[in-house]
Design a protein around this ligand. Structure first.
Ligand code: ADP
Ligand code: MG
Length: 612
């Protein structure tokens, strides 16, 4: 018989265990069960080394039983067990001093700052129990041991009653933690923390027993042994989604990175939402934490999946992880694997890839903007949707060239007349339907100054008919008339320098479309600026702030109406009314009228119609 008080400053330690780990109490079960698994593993290894006799026919197993009346929780394994000396070494005199150091070092950071292995797994039981009794018998031919310890850290060791190899640990739960006797609660904690532990864990509920874990989780298998169905099933069960994932990446990195995982691109109906991240971190199949943003590249946190990193220094704080070289290597390996997989899917089955593109687009565009390596590796597989239907890559749009102008529409209905002009010219137009599309385009422009993205209403030069008709009318009269119509009359002085500083608000082209006397061209730069300002002010809870957008009236010299107008005098009232009408009609195809324009347009219509 041996009695004692645990060798370190336990009066200090136990209250800290209780208080400090409070928020993550459930982990005591993980710690107890991972110790049980470790004990099984050790025995298995000893058997394979010939140092222990063969195992029992029904193999290794761990049993979890609750007794609500006695308010106890018991975990039994048939692993190596411990001799009296081993209990002394590993339990009584364990490096608790190390644990104390560890706690005092991280105390300031609070429990949530620490993500995993505390180095005092065994004693985490005292978060929920005020007494623990352990009955253990070593696989060696030595007497069984009974060990009992109270919450003050006072223990008692006597001869034990256990006859079978293994260890049984009984926790006497505190009144507050009686809830752990509930089978439903136990099951949910076990499913969270122990779902993939490597030995079968049986939860007993009355006469029933139920295995709560899967001993060979998907990510521990070789990718060549896993079917598509396996991946989908795992995903749906683990992430409680009814829909299949779009695709997945199975990572199996060898030495020196040595980590495994499966990452899924879920189907998404809504926009990019960093809140939805669900990447679970495991340590040799033992669940450690959710949402480890520090390990997965930030732009991929919207994926769902599992990462198993037995090399990670888990008993460190998250801020440490952010700066850890190993973690950075893991993250860049993930980036490489994800981009390899995207390339493979694109090359293998472009049709399916295109079908899923809208679902994966937010990750990829955002990823390219955030991570140059990712952008480089996925450059060839970023798709753009064409307004006329179908998809193309940037390379395909530019016909293999690395420079040029890419035309896009942000609203097929509102910009439909412009779209018609582009269609007549057989010029492909891309469909930008999210703000991220524009951001991504801007990002590409930033990387290549010979590449320009222009909304179809930004630049009507693209749809002009040749270099203009030989018999083009004199534009002087037209310029005066349209400037007046726009309320932008010339200031008088026609200084050459002034004219250069202030570009004319009127331009002339020859368009194939005779039904459009003029169209408004909206400056790409000022429109983007206005969009940005609007977004910014909306995000800040202000009313949409109206940033002035530069508009240029592009007059179509092929229009019979324009030609007729050119032959009139700029002083002619009727000519002025028609010019104004042409201008407002052009505005109408470009944007909603301002209130004063609505009134003006109606009055003008009346006047012109009355002239009949
Ligand atoms: P760790 O698991 O990180 O070594 P713990 O505090 O969880 O630290 O456990 C301390 C030690 O107690 C273990 O290393 C092991 O030697 C011993 N131990 C705990 N539980 C068992 C068990 N069920 N069977 C055999 N040995 C155990
Ligand atoms: Mg342990």
């Amino acid at each position: 018989m041996a009695n004692g008080s645990l060798s370190v400053d336990t009066e200090h330690l136990f209250p800290i265990i209780k208080k400090w780990l409070y928020s993550e109490k459930d982990i005591f079960l993980r710690e107890v069960l991972s110790n049980a698994c470790d004990a099984e593993t050790k025995h298995q290894r000893l058997v394979s080394l010939g140092e222990a006799p063969e195992t029992a026919p029904d193999g290794y197993r761990i049993d979890v039983r609750a007794d609500a009346e006695a308010r106890t929780l018991t975990v039994t394994d048939n692993g190596v067990g411990m001799t009296k000396d081993e209990v002394d070494t590993y339990i009584n005199n364990i490096a608790l001093s190390g644990a104390v150091d560890f706690i005092s070092k991280y105390e300031g950071e609070g429990g949530s700052g620490i993500i995993g292995h505390f180095g005092l797994g065994f004693y985490s039981m005292f978060m929920v129990a005020d007494k623990v009794v352990m009955q253990t018998k070593s696989f060696r031919d030595e007497p069984a041991v009974r060990w009992e310890c109270d919450e003050a850290g006072t223990y008692e060791m006597t001869d034990g009653e256990r006859t079978e190899r293994g260890t049984e640990i009984t926790m006497y739960l505190t009144e507050d933690e009686a809830g752990y006797c509930d089978a439903g609660k136990l099951r949910s904690v076990l499913e969270r923390y122990c779902a993939f532990m490597p030995f079968p864990i049986f939860l007993h509920d009355g006469d029933k027993e139920e295995q709560v874990n899967e001993t060979v989780p998907l990510w521990q298998r070789s990718p060549s042994d896993c079917t598509d169905e396996d991946y989908k099933e795992f995903y749906k069960k683990q992430f409680r989604d009814y829909a299949d994932p779009l695709f997945w990446v199975h990572i199996n990195a060898d030495y020196p990175l040595n980590f495994k995982g499966v990452l899924y691109f879920p189907q998404r109906k809504n926009a990019f939402d960093p809140q939805e991240s669900e990447i679970r971190l495991f340590y040799n199949s033992v669940f450690v934490a959710d949402n480890i943003k520090e390990v997965c590249p930030e732009f991929l946190v919207n994926l769902k999946g599992v990462l198993d990193c037995p090399e990670l220094p888990l008993n460190v704080s998250r801020s440490y992880l952010q700066n850890d070289a190993y973690v950075r290597k893991v993250a860049s390996h993930i980036v490489k694997k994800v981009s390899d997989r995207l390339n493979q899917l694109f090359n293998q089955d472009r049709e399916t890839y295109e079908k899923n593109w809208n679902g994966i687009k937010p990750y990829i565009q955002y990823g390219c903007i955030r991570d140059a390596k990712f952008a480089e590796k996925t450059a060839g597989v970023v798709l753009f949707e064409k307004a006329s239907g179908g998809w193309c890559t940037l390379d395909e749009y530019l016909d293999g060239k690395t420079e040029g102008t890419v035309y896009y529409t942000t609203d097929k209905d509102a910009q439909s007349y412009y779209l018609t002009l582009f269609a007549q010219k057989n010029l492909p137009v891309l469909l930008f339907d999210t703000l991220m599309d524009t951001n991504y385009a801007q990002y590409l422009e930033g990387k290549n100054d010979k590449l320009k993205f222009r909304r179809i209403d930004a630049d009507l030069d693209a749809v002009r008919d040749g270099d203009g008709a030989a018999d083009a009318p004199d534009t002087a009269v037209l310029e005066t008339l349209f400037r007046k119509a726009m309320g932008k009359e010339e200031t008088g002085k026609k200084d050459k320098k002034d004219a250069e500083d202030e570009p004319s608000p009127v331009a002339f082209v020859t368009l194939g479309a005779e039904d459009a006397p003029a169209l408004v061209a909206v400056s790409e730069e000022s429109r983007r600026m206005a969009d940005m300002m609007r977004m910014y002010s909306l995000q800040n809870g202000q009313e949409g702030f109206a940033f002035p957008v530069e508009e240029k009236l592009t007059v179509n010299l092929a229009s019979p109406l324009v030609r007729k107008l050119a032959s009139l005098s700029p002083e002619d009232g009727k000519a002025q009314r028609i010019a104004k009408h042409i201008y407002l009609s052009a505005v109408l195809l470009s944007r909603p009228f301002r209130p004063e324009e609505q009134k003006e347009y109606l009055t003008l219509n009346q006047q012109i119609l009355m002239e009949l």
